[in-house]
Ligand binder design. Structure first.
Ligand code: ATP
Ligand code: MG
Length: 412
């Protein structure tokens, strides 16, 4: 894409009322727009990042047999009363609304209830299970704190997967598969080394739930890391007597602020029993379906990447999520740069081409702020040398690649 055609503009300063680093950087770079506290819009560059993150997640969910669907956002009061989760005293983040005739409705906080009721119309025999279904869908939550930029908003897209299995053993197998899929996702997003599988309190059906926590000072959570095992504990379970069965030793724990980027829950029959989701086993007996739920926040991940991978000059996107792989700058060599742009894009390499008539200083500073993984500069010197200057966003020194080799350099 030619930058002269991009409508978003880079700003020198972030709005004064914006306290979080991720939103400051993303607002300045024109990736997002702040509608109000707790609600942001995604602009072209930001949407490309969000879509890339969702695509990584989608690929890993499909790889474990997840089937993508999309459930409605309007939710029925009667359904949520059946599981006793309509009351604001039980779920304190509801946004509720009403039909013109006065019938109360909820805006989706999560989707266990609707997906369980829906599944009851499709699952009846042991032959129909297991099922893994997931979506990328908007949740609305009336969060009290909204000071973490795009990491905690009142409207956000969640990837939520729900597993439906025949028994506890089958659930455990699926649960472990999802845990590994989550690890792959965080590794592909460049967060693997600082994201910890973290034990948190479980609820009625399992001793623990698990969170994936990324170490960052911008985090609202605190975890206790055991570096030897690469696992961590949430404060809720820090004083539990079982640490031993988790393979963790209390003396070794290191306290860190962290961001919860995802989580996994064993739900047992908490939803299937009250909502009548059962199946007939081989003997024809009716059994409740065993469920699990698995959440990830794509925008929270985008904010996390902005927080932890950025540097003093701006954003730093890993190749897996960058809006464009290459930022091509023309410094007074528009014809050669234009040819380079055509050659790279024709080869399927995604390029943002700064073809604007601005100073070199401005182009370099904006390029650092926007954070594409590679910068390619075509200037007057390139015309003599036959080489473009190529620099990685994460490195200080630039190298040179001849124009003939440029396409194959990026195809590697
Ligand atoms: P938290 O403890 O941070 O409020 P949660 O326990 O409410 O998170 P879930 O309801 O399980 O989280 O949601 C699954 C995932 O959705 C979280 O791991 C997180 O990545 C993301 N998420 C949750 N709340 C928000 C929010 N308000 N804004 C953006 N992403 C969110
Ligand atoms: Mg919450």
């Amino acid at each position: 894409m030619k930058q002269s055609q991009l409508f978003t503009r880079v700003k020198r300063e972030a709005p004064k009322d914006e306290v979080s680093k991720n939103a400051q950087l993303l607002l300045r770079a024109g990736f997002i727009h702040k509608e109000m506290a707790g609600a942001y819009s995604f602009l072209p560059l930001g949407l490309r990042v969000l879509n890339n993150i969702m695509q990584v997640i989608r690929e890993e969910m499909n790889a474990v047999g997840g089937q993508e669907l999309s459930l409605a956002s309007l939710q029925e009061k009667e359904l949520w009363e059946k599981t006793d989760r309509w009351d604001d005293a039980k779920v304190d983040v509801w946004f509720k609304t009403a039909l013109k005739n006065g019938t109360e409705l909820g805006l989706a906080v999560t989707h266990e209830e609707p997906i369980t009721r829906m599944m009851a119309q499709h699952v009846s025999s042991y032959r129909d299970l297991p099922v893994l279904a997931y979506q990328f869908q908007t949740k609305f939550r009336n969060e009290t704190r909204a000071k973490s930029g795009i990491m905690r908003t009142r409207e956000f897209i969640m990837k939520d997967l729900y597993s439906f299995t025949r028994n506890k053993e089958e659930h455990e197998t699926v649960y472990a598969t999802l845990r590994e899929a989550y690890k792959k996702i965080f590794a592909r997003l460049g967060l693997g080394a600082i994201t910890y599988q973290t034990f948190a309190s479980g609820g009625m059906f399992s001793k623990y739930s698990e969170e994936f926590q990324t170490v960052s000072n911008a985090g609202e959570d605190v975890i206790y890391i055991d570096e030897a095992s690469g696992k961590a504990l949430n404060v809720e379970v820090l004083n539990d007597e079982v640490l031993a069965d988790l393979g963790l030793k209390r003396e070794n724990l290191i306290e860190r602020a962290s961001i919860e980027v995802g989580n996994t829950f064993s739900l047992g029959t908490k939803f299937s029993e009250p909502l009548g989701l059962s199946y007939k086993n081989e003997k024809g007996e009716s059994c409740p379906v065993i469920m699990g739920s698995y959440g990830i926040g794509p925008a929270r991940l985008m904010g996390t990447i902005a927080e932890v991978l950025s540097d003093g000059s701006g954003l730093v996107w890993p190749e897996s999520v960058a809006p464009f792989r290459v930022h091509l700058l023309s410094l007074g060599a528009d014809e050669k740069a234009g040819e380079t742009y055509t050659a790279l894009t024709a080869a399927g390499i995604e390029v943002l081409y700064d073809d604007r008539d601005t100073t070199a200083g401005e182009k370099f500073a904006e390029s650092d702020l926007l954070g594409m993984p590679w910068r390619v500069v075509v200037g007057k010197r390139s015309l003599e040398s036959g080489k473009a200057e190529v620099k990685k966003r994460t490195e200080k020194e630039a190298g040179e690649v001849s124009f003939e080799e440029l396409v194959s350099f990026f195809q590697k």
